[in-house]
Design a protein around this ligand. Structure first.
Ligand SMILES: [Zn+2]
Ligand SMILES: [Zn+2]
Length: 341
């Protein structure tokens, strides 16, 4: 009895209130820039068999990207916090601050479960999921996919218009969250950034490795597959390259599902597959906030508690936090999203 009392005394309150229930295992798989209508068209044609299988056994939700521009940095920042840029400070790809302390899913889960959960962020490219402190970006450089800015520290071919204009940034979005992320790997696909060929293989291999290493206890793993976005900018949405990128991501979804399926804990692994923004039809762009197709996102999940057919991008993290039984502290600004139940 003395021993059990001692044990109770050293357990943090959060763990005590969680009781002995196993901590959930959740994978949030991002297909960056996957246009909703194209994904549905390919599913109907039987070309995304794994996503179709997941949707058939689970749910499809139409997700709307409201508020901030349909871009990568604010898109994932919302998906990983449940807040818009007024709270996160991640406004556009080139206008951002570190997300304030404590607001990411990673930090909330660590605060709640401590060592009982593994948190992981696996990013194909560094510049949208970074955690660096002060750094400089070039705001008038143009890279091969026509973003009108570039990160000074990343070696990309740039065509400066006259003199480079550099802006000092305070820090990347995940700077404050970084200590709460156990497995942090970004820039996994940087070696093939210019063509994007083979990017899914590099990223997918890291996911399987992470699953193999962390088979016990709770898990929250976010992974960004960047393939549709890269090929969309290089060759346009709807191009054979763009379609191949979606098929590649689907192939990796299948491998991840089979890996989970071979585990005894598969029944309690929740999978959410979603995109940060869409793309304009047959266009190399999604950047403009007025483009309606770019604001159409989607979610496919095996989470059968999801009942709604439509939602906001901020509803996804709110749903995930609910599955983990994490509520925002009373002092926090309320989450923007509502659970998709
Ligand atoms: Zn994106
Ligand atoms: Zn993009």
């Amino acid at each position: 009895m003395g021993a059990s009392l001692l044990l109770l005394a050293v357990l943090p309150l959060a763990s005590w209130s969680a009781g002995d229930a196993p901590v959930p295992r959740v994978l949030l798989i991002g297909w960056d820039g996957a246009r909703r209508a194209r994904v549905q068209e390919l599913m109907s044609a039987g070309r995304l068999p794994n996503l179709s299988r997941l949707a058939a056994a689970g749910r499809w939700v139409d997700i709307q990207v409201t508020g901030d521009p349909p871009q990568t940095k604010p898109g994932w920042a919302r998906m990983l916090t449940g807040y818009d840029s007024q709270i996160t400070g991640v406004c556009k790809n080139q206008i951002y601050w570190p997300i304030p302390v404590g607001l990411t899913i990673f930090e909330r889960l660590k605060q709640r479960y401590g060592a009982r959960i593994t948190t992981a962020l696996l990013g194909a490219v560094q510049h949208n999921l970074g955690a660096r402190g002060p750094h400089r970006i070039c705001v008038n450089c143009v890279d091969q996919v026509q973003n009108h800015w570039w990160d000074e520290d990343l070696s990309r071919p740039v065509r400066p218009w006259g003199k480079k204009i550099l802006r000092l940034m305070e820090g990347e979005p995940y700077l404050n969250a970084r200590p709460a992320i156990d497995v942090y790997e970004v820039g996994i696909a940087t070696p093939v950034y210019q063509t994007g060929i083979g990017a899914a293989d590099l990223v997918g291999a890291r996911v399987l490795d992470c699953l193999d290493r962390h088979q016990e206890g709770g898990l929250f793993l976010f992974v960004q597959f960047f393939d549709p976005d890269t090929q969309g900018h290089l060759h346009s949405e709807g191009s054979p390259e763009y379609i191949r990128a979606l098929i590649e991501d689907d192939r990796w979804l299948g491998r991840i599902m089979s890996r989970l399926g071979s585990r005894t804990d598969a029944s309690r692994t929740l999978l959410y597959v979603a995109t940060d923004h869409g793309f304009e039809k047959d266009s190399p762009l999604h950047e403009d906030g007025n483009f309606q197709e770019s604001r159409r996102s989607w979610l496919v999940t095996n989470d059968l508690a999801v009942r709604r057919g439509q939602g906001d991008i901020c509803d996804i993290p709110t749903t995930i936090l609910k599955r983990f039984d994490v509520r925002a502290a009373r002092s926090d600004t309320p989450l923007k999203g509502q659970p998709l139940d």
